[in-house]
Design a binder for this molecule. Sequence first.
Ligand SMILES: *[C@@H]1O[C@H](CO)[C@@H](O)[C@H](O)[C@H]1NC(C)=O
Ligand SMILES: *[C@@H]1O[C@H](CO)[C@@H](O)[C@H](O)[C@H]1NC(C)=O
Ligand SMILES: *[C@@H]1O[C@H](CO)[C@@H](O)[C@H](O)[C@H]1NC(C)=O
Length: 428
Amino acid sequence: MNKNLIKLAIILLSAIFSSASSARVLELSDRFLEFKHESQWLVMFYAPWCGYCKKTEPVFNLVSQALHSTNIRVGRLDCTKYPSVTKALPIKGYPTIMFFKGNQEFMYSGDRTKEDLVDYSLRMSSPAIQLVTRVESIDMLKTSHKSFFLFVGEQIGTVWTTFFDVAEGFQEHGFFYATSEEIATQHFDIEHLPAVLVHKEENHYFYPHAHKAHEMTSSEVNKTMNQWVNNERFLTFPKITRFNIRELMSTKKYLVLAVVEEDKLSQVATHELEFRDMVEEVIRKYRHRYHDHFQFGWIGDPGIAHSIVMDNLPTPHLIVINSTTQHHHIPDDEPMQMTINSIHIFLESIHNQSAIAYGGDSFAVRAYRSYFETKKGLVELWKGNPVLTSVLFGLPMGFLSLILYGCFCADCMDAPEEEDEDDHEKTE
Ligand SMILES: *[C@@H]1O[C@H](CO)[C@@H](O)[C@H](O)[C@H]1NC(C)=O
Ligand SMILES: *[C@@H]1O[C@H](CO)[C@@H](O)[C@H](O)[C@H]1NC(C)=O
Ligand SMILES: *[C@@H]1O[C@H](CO)[C@@H](O)[C@H](O)[C@H]1NC(C)=O
C-alpha cells in the first residue's frame, strides 16, 4: 500500500503540472507510457496546431473538474513534443482521446462534450455491470442517465451470462445494471423472468427473447442480444455529429436525418425547427413502424450533410443514408412542402427499394468524395486566410501539407482513417 502511494507521488511529480491544482488537466510527458497502468486515466493526445484540439481543450478542463473527486486522472499530452508516444499507442489523428485502466486501453469515439466524456469515464472506471440493491436507486438512474440497460432476475443461466458478455462488449457505449424482481417490479411491468430492458426517454423496452431463451442456442441468444443492445443504445432522435455518425452506422439501419443549421449559440431558425420537429414526430408516433429498419436523428451542422451528399444542400433538408452501402436518398419534394404523410411515402419507397440511391462507397464515389472534401477544405482555408492559402500553393509542398492537414485533423465520417489516406493518395 505504502509502496503504491510512493509510486503515485512519483507519477504526479513526473507529470509536468500545468497548475498545482489537481482539478486541472495534467500536462503529461512520454513518461506516461511507464506509469499509465498505475491509475485510471482519461487522456487527450494533441498537437498544438490542431484546431479540433483547441476546441476540445476547454471541454477537457470542465471534465477534469467534474472528475475531481473520483480516482480518474485527466491529462493531455503534446504528441509533437513526444512523438514516441504516437508509435506506442494507436494514435492516428488529433485529438485522440483514450481511457486507460490497468493494462487495458480504450479509444474514445463519442461526442466531445463534457457530459459525454464524464459519463464515459465514470462508466469505464466501474465494473461493466453494477448491482442495484435499492428501489430509490432506479429513480436516480432514470434521472442521471439518458438511457441504461437492466437485467432483472436471478443471476444464472444463458440470459444472464450473455448479458454479462454484452455489457463488457458495450461498456464504452452504455450503462448496464442488474437487480432483483422485487426492486424492478416497483418501476417496470415485468411479465416474465429473467428480463432485460432498456430505459430511455421515460419509456422502457424489453429484449424480446429473454423468456424464450431456453429454446434458443446460446449463440442465437448472444447474436440477438448484441443486435438488440446495439440498436437500443441510441436515443430516439439524437443529434448527429461527425463523431457519433459512425457509431450510428453500426446499427446497419437506414439513418433518417433532418438537416438544419445551428448558429454559434446553437439556435435554429423557426421554420427549420418546425421541420425538425415534424421529422421527430414521425419516429415518436410511429416507432412500431420504423424502429426495426430506421434510426432517426438530426444534424445541426450542414457541413456534415454536405460531406455525405457531396453537394451544398440547402437547409432544412431530409437525407436518408443506407448504412450498409452508404448510399443516400433525398426526397423529390421541396422539404418545406413535406408533410408527415409525404415522409411516410418517401421512407416506404426507400424500404421497398424503389427510391433512387445516390453515392455509395464505390471507388469512383470515394475519389469524388475526397475531391469534394479537398475542394471544400481549400475554399474554407481560402476564406479563413487567403494569404496563407496562396503561400501554400506557391510551394510544391503546399498541396501535400494540405492533404496531411486533412488526414490528421479533419474527422471524416465516411471511411476509416487508413482508407482516407488511400483516397487522398489516389486523387493526388
Ligand atoms: C457474441 O456475439 C458478438 C457479436 O455478434 C461476438 O463478437 C462474440 O464473439 C460472441 N460471443 C460468443 C461467446 O459467441
Ligand atoms: C441498403 O442497400 C442494400 C442493397 O441495396 C439493401 O440490401 C439493404 O437492405 C439496404 N438497407 C440497409 C438498412 O442497409
Ligand atoms: C414502394 O413504395 C412506394 C411508396 O409507398 C409505392 O408508390 C411503390 O409502388 C412501391 N413499390 C413497390 C415495388 O412496392
